[in-house]
Write a protein that binds this ligand. Structure first.
Ligand code: ZN
Length: 130
């Protein structure tokens, strides 16, 4: 399924776990896998804690320090930092579905990662039965 997501900051993590859960529910697939894929080169997907919102803030801050926005980059579009961050987090994740439910850890959530926003973005989910 294709999902449209609107980001409102330059860099941002958006919890999309509930959207994936809803896709699993609507698929009627009880056992299998859910693949989440982001078709962008300056955005990505990661799984991390969704209980304490400070985890996300710390994560973005560390990434900003690791990959500074201004540097002697060759890519003239001005968003090299966002391309690097996108590759660091990756552009997909695979989740296990068991008894109709996502088999995530208690504190885990799936995040859409914006690194060159704000923009209108897309991500895809594919629910596969086994
Ligand atoms: Zn670029």
């Amino acid at each position: 399924m294709e999902h449209i997501i609107r980001t409102d900051r330059e860099d941002q993590l958006i919890d999309i776990t509930a959207i994936i859960r809803e896709d699993v529910r609507r698929s009627n697939i009880k056992n299998g896998t859910a693949v989440v894929f982001v078709p962008h080169t300056t955005a990505g997907i990661t799984i991390n804690e969704n209980a304490d919102p400070d985890v996300v803030i710390d994560f973005l801050e560390i990434l900003r320090k690791l990959v500074p926005k201004s540097r002697d980059y060759r890519h003239l579009e001005g968003n090299s930092h966002a391309h690097v961050k996108a590759s660091l987090v990756g552009s997909s994740c695979t989740l296990i579905i068991e008894d109709g439910r996502l088999k995530l850890g208690t504190w885990q959530g799936v995040y859409f990662c914006e690194f060159d926003g704000p923009r209108t973005r897309k991500f895809y989910t594919k629910i596969i039965g086994s």
